[in-house]
Design a protein around this ligand. Structure first.
Ligand code: AMP
Length: 402
């Protein structure tokens, strides 16, 4: 994949720079930001631009207002929090396009920040409307995308508007994501491993197929393990199975053998008759699931086996929980793997987490600081790992090497 222009390569002094950020943060019912991780994550790019005397126009979506002006999804509280974090005033525009916005952008001086109102208050953002995209770009000289979480969507602010700039660069967060995920995809330090779990096997199949090209050992956990077990002819009781993907699962196991990669399935399981902390649980072999029982977590032998692989690996990619981790009886597998990955990171293993539920497990254990890279975009990181081009990245200018 060609390298993309970075914000570091731009000559921004005195210019007005449009930056697509990901400020999709949770707000409580008093309109207060309850988790500012995403705002803080954008500071590196914002400070870089401020130090170089650029005028900054920031734009983001928040929630799913579906083209309507929804008070509860206003970015106004984000402007206040950003001002605190950046220690500099942040102006707020009550819309993202229109005459008032144009005036505010025209009046913006170098070193000043303007945050636009929620892009998705206009349906034209997600439909990638050409006129809306042109209007968004008006008054700005350069474009930067630092919102990895929406890079897999061809929206007006991630794709359409890039046509109106001669230089479109990746922000520092996006560059970091591409560096870490790209390394895992193309030339992971070996031996390399992937730990894949979760329920939606349909979304993970293309990821497994893509990772078979570069990763030595793929460890499967979570609900999707049962489609593989079923494909191997085992009875899985009431466990989650995607009947339509049995053939695909079989094909994947066969092709792993052909290319000399290892796919590991759980060697023991925690089962119950219902997803509840009150339900009776048993630890059994995958061949012994009784009728009416479901596999809801990996068992202790699997934890030991997978931890052993982690210990021997130089790089590891993780996506998806090992069990129904929202219910404490079935959380052990996920939590133990998170801990084992944190320990591996401490020993120098490159660990990359593909967003989503795995991040929630890591956060619950307070281990966030102990991982190599935690992706800010669940959907985007999975699509990238599938080897799919991300429209928001493709649209950026290529780095011209001299
Ligand atoms: P995904 O969005 O595909 O990553 O799936 C995440 C969800 O998978 C979580 O909500 C887990 O509760 C669920 N999950 C994990 N393991 C199992 C399992 N063995 N059976 C049913 N659901 C599971």
């Amino acid at each position: 994949m060609p390298s993309k222009l970075s914000v570091r390569d731009l000559d921004v002094a005195g210019k007005t720079v449009f930056v697509r950020v990901d400020f999709n943060v949770p707000l409580n019912d008093r309109q207060e930001v309850t988790d500012d991780t995403r705002i803080a994550a954008s500071l590196q790019t914002i400070n870089h631009l401020l130090e170089r005397n650029a005028a900054i126009v920031l734009a983001s979506h928040l929630g799913r207002p579906k083209g309507k002006n929804v008070f509860e999804m206003s970015l106004s509280p984000v402007a206040d929090r950003l001002a605190e974090l950046v220690k500099s005033p942040v102006r707020f525009a009550r819309d993202c396009v229109g005459a008032e916005v144009k005036e505010l952008i025209a009046g913006l001086n170098p070193g000043e920040i303007l945050l636009l109102e929620n892009l998705r208050f206009h349906a034209e953002e997600t439909t990638n409307d050409a006129d809306f995209a042109r209007e968004l770009a008006e008054g700005c000289d350069l474009y930067v995308n630092d919102a990895f979480g929406t890079a897999h969507r061809a929206h007006a602010s991630t794709e359409g508007m890039t046509r109106h700039f001669s230089e479109c660069a990746a922000g520092m967060l996006v560059t970091k994501e591409l560096d870490f995920l790209g390394q895992m995809l193309q030339k992971p330090k070996r031996p390399s491993a992937a730990l894949l779990g979760g329920a939606k096997i349909s979304g993970k199949i293309p990821v497994i197929e893509s990772l078979l090209k570069s990763i030595d050992t793929i460890m499967i956990g979570g609900g999707m393990a049962f489609t593989f077990f079923r494909a191997l002819g085992l009875n899985v009781g009431a466990s989650l199975v995607d009947e339509e993907l049995l053939e695909t699962a079989k094909r994947i196991l066969d092709s792993a053998k052909e290319v000399g990669r290892e796919i590991l399935l759980p060697v023991d399981l925690v089962i119950a008759r219902e997803i509840s902390n009150d339900a009776e649980t048993k630890i059994i072999l995958p061949t012994d699931i009784p009728e009416g029982w479901m596999g809801l977590d990996i068992g202790p032998k699997t934890i030991a086996l997978y931890s052993d692989v982690l210990e021997r690996s130089q790089s590891v990619f993780w996506n998806g929980p090992m069990g129904v981790f929202e219910v404490s009886n079935f959380a052990k597998g996920t939590m133990e793997m998170a801990t084992a990955m944190a320990t591996a990171t401490g020993r120098g293993t490159i660990t990359v987490v593909g967003g989503g539920d795995s991040v929630a497990a890591i956060a619950a254990l307070g281990l966030k600081e102990q991982f190599g890279h935690i992706s800010t975009g669940g959907g985007a990181s999975l699509e990238y790992m599938e080897g799919k081009p991300l429209p928001g990245v493709e649209a950026l200018s290529e780095l011209q090497r001299s």
